[in-house]
Design a binder for this molecule. Sequence first.
Ligand SMILES: NC(=O)c1ccc[n+]([C@@H]2O[C@H](COP(=O)([O-])OP(=O)(O)OC[C@H]3O[C@@H](n4cnc5c(N)ncnc54)[C@H](O)[C@@H]3O)[C@@H](O)[C@H]2O)c1
Length: 254
Amino acid sequence: MGTLDGKIALITGTGSGMGRVAAQIFAREGARVIGTDIQAEADKETAELVRRAGGEMTSIAPVDLTDADQVRQLAEDAADAYGGLDIVYNNAALQRFGPMPDFSVEDWRVTQAGELDIPFYVSKFTWPHLVRRGGGVIINVASVAGLIGGATPPMVAHTAANAGVIGMTRQLALEGAPHGIRAVAISPGPILTPASDRDLGDDQAVRSAITAKTLLKRFGRPEEVVELAAFLASDRAGYITGANYAVDGGASAW
Ligand SMILES: NC(=O)c1ccc[n+]([C@@H]2O[C@H](COP(=O)([O-])OP(=O)(O)OC[C@H]3O[C@@H](n4cnc5c(N)ncnc54)[C@H](O)[C@@H]3O)[C@@H](O)[C@H]2O)c1
C-alpha cells in the first residue's frame, strides 16, 4: 500500500531534475500522476520511466507555464485525465542569476515569470478543481534563497521571487483552509541534479563555495526533497498547512 494510493497529482516540470524524481516517487506511492513540461520529449521519457516501473503517468507537454492561457487549458486537461485533482506540486521554475547592478530588467522579469507567475497560474487555474473535490494539497517548491541571501552565484531576483513563493503559500493556506485545501512550501538548498551536475563540471572551487554554506558540506539529492513532498502530499500530513520546510543541509541554520 502506498501513502498516495487513490490520489491524482499534477506535477510541473517533470521533464528533468527533481520533477522527474517526483513523478517516479509519487507514482511509486500509488498516485496517478499528470506531468507537464515545456520539454515534450523529456517529459514523455519520464512518463515511460514511470510506466516501466509499474506506475501511472500521463504527460501533457509541451506547455509553457509562463503563459496563463496555456495553464488554463492544462488545468482542464489535467483534471480530465483521471477525473479530478487532489495534489498540485508546483515544481517547475526558470531563473537567471547575476550580480547587481548588471542584472538586467529582462533578467529580473524572466525570473519573476519563471518563479512566481508559474506557481500562481497553476494554483489559480487548478484551484476550482481542488474545491470541487472537497479539498487537496498545493506544494510549492521555493528555495533557501527565499530565506537567506546567496553569494554563489549572486541571485537578487531568485531571492525576491522565492520569498514571494513562501508568502504566497501562507496566503493560499489561509484562503484554502475553508475549502479543505492545504498549502505547503519546501525550500531546498543546493541539490545536485543531472543538469546542475553537468553545468558545474569539475569546477571543484565553485562546488565547494556552494556547499560551504551547508552544515553537512555536500549537495542534497533530489530524493531528499521529494520524499518530504510525498509525505506532505499524503493524508498523514493532514494537520500541516501554511508552513515552509527547509531541506538545505542546514544552510539556513547559521
Ligand atoms: N536544484 C537546486 O539546487 C534547487 C535549489 C533550490 C530550489 N530549487 C527549485 O526546485 C525546483 C526544481 O529544480 P530542478 O533543479 O529540478 O530544476 P530543473 O531546471 O532541472 O527542472 C525544471 C523543469 O521545469 C521546466 N520548465 C522551466 N520553465 C518552464 C516553463 N515555462 N514551462 C514548463 N516547464 C518549464 C524545465 O524544462 C525543467 O524540466 C525549481 O522550482 C527550482 O527553483 C532547485
